[in-house]
Design a protein around this ligand. Structure first.
Ligand SMILES: [Zn+2]
Length: 199
């Protein structure tokens, strides 16, 4: 999920996706993955369950955080880096509080209540936002990077991030929750950007 303010646009202008290991990241050996955008097939299909929790998987989780921070996001799902597996990372503090880092593997919503309408954006749909109604409180059951199961209750932005990222794992983007008019407007603008080679 995309951070609320406009900083992301400035950062992404200077940020070049790199397949090489980056110097100076929080994790010295982090790999930054390019984030795939709306129109990519991988964003439209349900991802497969994670069954192997090895060192490579832990590295992938760490790289997901670095890729998310580089793009100034508060959440990133594996399909957004082209990997169709049920993994997402969330940090609603955008790196300010290490304890807020959450790895969600094979997550599912086990309880939801209330309603909360707020603006939402997505790293895969950069430059566009829209109001989406989500539950006010959301409880997820997921596994961490080591495969241990945990449950967590999130309110407001965190609960919204749970829903947004789990949607990604099911091939759903936030624009699918918008009104038909708003969604078509965004799609038309993206088509124009694509024609100009700016998407
Ligand atoms: Zn998203």
């Amino acid at each position: 999920m995309r951070k609320r303010n406009g900083i992301s646009r400035v950062i992404s202008g200077n940020w070049r996706p790199s397949e090489t290991r980056r110097q100076g990241a929080t994790n010295e050996t982090a790999m930054l993955y390019p984030i795939v955008k709306y129109g990519a097939e991988v964003l439209t299909r349900p991802a497969t369950r994670v069954t192997k929790f090895d060192a490579d998987f832990e590295t992938l989780c760490a790289d997901m955080f670095e890729s998310m921070y580089a793009a100034q996001g508060v959440g990133l799902a594996a399909p957004q880096i082209g990997k169709s597996v049920r993994l997402a990372v969330i940090d609603v503090t955008v790196g300010k509080n290490p304890e807020a880092k959450l790895v969600l593997v094979n997550p599912e919503i086990i309880h939801a209540e209330g309603e909360h309408r707020d603006e939402e954006g997505c790293l895969s749909v950069p430059g566009f936002r829209g109001a989406v109604i989500r539950p006010q409180f959301v409880t997820v059951r997921a596994q961490n990077a080591k495969g241990e199961t945990y449950e967590m209750r999130g309110e407001g932005l965190l609960g919204r991030a749970f829903c947004h990222e789990i949607d990604h794992l099911n091939g759903v983007l936030f624009i699918q929750h918008l009104s038909l008019i708003k969604r078509d407007l965004i799609k038309r603008k993206i088509r124009k950007l694509s024609k100009r080679g700016e998407w």
